[in-house]
Ligand binder design. Structure first.
Ligand code: ATP
Length: 357
């Protein structure tokens, strides 16, 4: 693998490198190794399997591969764990009108939508066995049939898969088809956890702040002092880059134009650890800002979510965070949140939020 990768790497064209570098931030040895691999595999049409912990950046790597591949079609991302098994087939393959109750009109599936582009199957290990067989057939025949349809439709897509667990274990347990595993594991690329590239934290923060200011040109960005960075580099990062993004998002909301020191960072990290417990004073969903994980989990378990409840919980979490960071000072917290003081007081009353002493 290493030889193949390094040979391909040296032959890789500059635009490929440019795309990979644009999407993937970081110059640690671990990330440099990953970028070399991505640069090598992107131009080939062979299936890539990304492995790594949750939040490490697998979807970002898939996006980089797509953009560096030179394929004209679109990148279609599907989280196999987020869509209930019985729905996943019709989502992937599409269906003909009348295929089942409720199929009022023909629907193009996600595989067909990825024609000419890239199909990214996230959490492939969660795909039901029956669907695994159907996917294998598609990979071998390069054709699909919509649910309820007879016509075979040719599809040309590049497959990228991702998993956060060892698929070989799932194969050994009979939960994942061995033949599919070998078909999709042609070019394995490990995505390193943030704990293995702590030196990249300043670069990642810079990029996140820059992205924010590209979207909000008038935003007053926060600054991270050296002691704050040191504190971040001593953290364990179980939630990886996603957890770091949450910290940066909190800093953007609560410290616009201000300097964060170690103490503030400690508070933010504490908030990360108590995500979900933040709503104990009111019956809630237990979601926190940016908690996509939680949303997906609930969608999986219940099949639906109540967006108003989730937004309310996020609001409670942010108010509690601002109060904590401002030592219970309502005027300061209102300022940090961009709210009128009276509005904040109303919200504190409405949600029964207790101010820290
Ligand atoms: N190198 C990076 N530079 C900037 N942001 C990044 C980087 N890597 C990841 N992120 C951000 O971190 C968050 C998590 O990344 P991503 O969704 O790619 O992780 P993942 O490994 O696919 O997670 P999951 O296993 O939960 O699907 C996203 O908001 C993403 O934009």
């Amino acid at each position: 693998m290493t030889n193949v990768v390094s040979n391909l790497f040296f032959d890789a064209e500059a635009p490929v490198l440019y795309e990979i570098d644009t999407h993937i931030v970081g110059s640690s040895p671990a990330t440099r190794r990953m970028k070399q691999m991505l640069t090598a595999v992107a131009p080939s049409g062979a299936p890539v399997m990304l492995s790594g912990d949750t939040g490490a950046g697998k979807e970002r790597a898939a996006t980089a591969i797509h953009h560096a591949s030179g394929r004209d079609g679109q990148l279609v991302a599907v989280n196999c764990a987020a869509i209930p098994g019985e729905l996943l087939e019709s989502e992937l393959f599409g269906y003909e009108k009348g295929a089942f109750t409720g199929a009022d009109e023909r629907r193009i599936g996600l595989i067909e939508m990825a024609d000419g582009g890239t199909l990214f199957l996230d959490e492939i290990g969660d795909m039901p066995l029956e669907l695994q067989s159907k996917l294998l057939r598609v990979l071998e025949s390069r054709e699909i049939q919509r649910v309820g349809g007879r016509e075979s439709i040719a599809v040309d897509f590049r497959l990228v898969t991702a998993t956060h667990r060892r698929l070989t274990d799932a194969v050994a347990e009979g939960k994942f088809r061995a033949d599919l595993f070998y078909r999709i594991n042609v070019l394995p690329v490990p995505v390193p956890s943030l704990a293995n590239r702590l030196e990249e934290i300043p670069e990642l923060i810079d990029r996140m702040l820059r992205d924010h200011s590209d979207q909000h040109p008038h935003a007053n960005l926060p600054h991270f002092a050296m002691d704050a960075i040191e504190r971040l580099q001593a953290h364990g990062w179980p939630g990886n880059v996603r957890e770091l993004r949450n910290v940066v998002d909190r800093a953007i909301v609560m410290f616009p134009g201000r300097m964060l020191h170690a103490a503030e960072v400690d508070n933010f990290l504490l908030l990360s650890e108590t995500d979900g417990a933040a709503t104990n004073n009111a019956p809630g969903t237990g979601f926190a800002v940016g908690d996509q994980e939680g949303v997906l989990k609930m969608l999986r378990e219940k099949g639906s979510i109540d967006i108003r409840l989730i937004l309310r919980d996020m609001e409670i979490g942010m108010i509690e965070g601002a109060l904590q960071v401002c030592d219970g000072n309502v005027t300061g917290a209102a300022q940090a949140l961009g709210l009128q003081r009276t509005t904040l007081i109303e919200k504190i009353k409405k949600y029964g939020i207790k101010k820290p002493h």
